[in-house]
Ligand binder design. Structure first.
Ligand code: SF4
Length: 353
């Protein structure tokens, strides 16, 4: 006798961007959410500086370069009345101009002053620290091998402090070929947002060639960059796919993708927004790692988590490797407003997850 027909409930097959997802066997789908991630103290301070300047002086307030390297942040500030320019000669004489978190060279400061601009310096104090190191070593006539990326605003600003003493080293391979005047008087400094591992490899190769190479007095790669890399290394070891929220011109975000791939992730991608997550990335994937660069508001991470939840990745586990509570006071031109106001930034605050 044949069995009666049974009508079974049809399981919900998750979709991303309208296409069906493969279910990765019987492995549960989950998200490993890196912590720390997102906003650092320097980015928080810089963004608040523009907002406070708009409140105090009224729109428009000009900002030289992107205040931080995140398209969402820039777009939001533009909507509030900020005008982003490439150089200070685009700013009307007498207007307020904010220098970005990445810092500026003395030549830019001088050009702003010559134009009668009212400058507000939102350079991250940890970038300023590297500037001071460059000035000090140049004063002692050391040749400075600045490990960083040619063309990055931070590198331009630091190199501009001592242009006759700085040579940029872009990669470990360049460490093998860089030419110095006096191998006995060489020091290395670095951009704040590099891969720690790659930078140490560059230094190792430099030291083979220049045994008297001096180290910076303290880490130039900042606490936020290091903490986010440590967290994503731990996540990547257990994740088949890593999604990094951050913009293409964000050095520390791009480094997070590289670090994830070097530490176990089968694939890693950077997205600005949740709708850039592609369904094919998730095919056969049980564990997705998620993190964000130091210039990324938390709201963008939450959007990605919502997208992943729609695709069945509802189980979110925090992977915390450090606590962060550093805050910087606002630029002195705005200081009567005291420190940045992370708590007000309900959706964009720094990671304390
Ligand atoms: S990433 Fe580091 S150096 Fe850059 S703004 Fe943040 S704390 Fe400052």
């Amino acid at each position: 006798m044949s069995s009666p027909a049974v009508s079974l409930p049809v399981p919900r097959i998750p979709r991303v961007h309208g296409r069906l997802q493969d279910i990765p066997g019987d492995r549960p789908k989950r998200v490993l959410l890196a912590s720390p991630r997102g906003y650092c103290a320097g980015v928080d301070r810089a963004v608040v500086a523009v907002e406070k300047a708009l409140e105090r002086f009224g729109a428009p307030v000009y900002v030289r370069k992107q205040i931080v390297h995140n398209i969402h942040v820039v777009t939001e500030l533009e909507a509030k009345g900020a005008i982003f320019v490439d150089e200070v000669d685009e700013v009307p004489p007498g207007a307020h101009v904010v220098f970005s978190a990445h810092g500026v060279s003395p030549a830019v400061v001088d050009a702003a002053a010559a134009r009668g601009l009212q400058a507000i310096d939102a350079t991250c104090p940890l970038v300023t620290k590297v500037h001071r190191e460059a000035v000090r070593f140049a004063r002692d006539d050391h040749e400075i091998l600045l490990i960083g990326h040619t063309g990055h605003e931070e590198v331009e600003g630091t190199a501009g402090e001592a242009p006759d003493h700085v040579t940029i080293v872009n990669s470990p391979a360049e460490a093998d070929t860089v030419v110095v005047r006096d191998p006995e008087k060489v020091v290395w400094l670095s951009q704040t947002t590099l891969s720690v591992d790659e930078t140490m490899e560059t230094v190792r190769r430099l030291r083979v060639r220049f045994p008297k190479l001096l180290d910076p007095p303290s880490d130039d790669i900042c606490y936020a960059t290091q903490n986010r890399q440590v967290a994503i290394k731990k996540v990547a070891a257990d994740a088949e796919l890593v999604i990094v929220v951050g913009s293409a011109n964000s050095s520390n975000s791009v480094r997070l993708v590289e670090v994830a791939l070097e530490h176990g992730a089968r694939a890693a991608y950077r997205v600005d927004y949740a709708d850039e997550v592609r369904q094919e990335w998730l095919e056969g994937v049980a564990t997705v790692g998620v993190t964000s660069g130091a210039s990324v508001p938390e709201v963008l991470v939450q959007d990605v988590l919502a997208e992943l939840a729609d695709a069945g990745y509802r189980d979110v586990e925090q992977v915390r490797t450090a606590e962060e509570d550093l805050m910087f006071s606002l630029p002195k031109e705005l200081r009567q407003d005291a420190v940045g106001r992370r708590d007000e930034r309900a959706l964009g605050g720094r990671s304390r997850a």
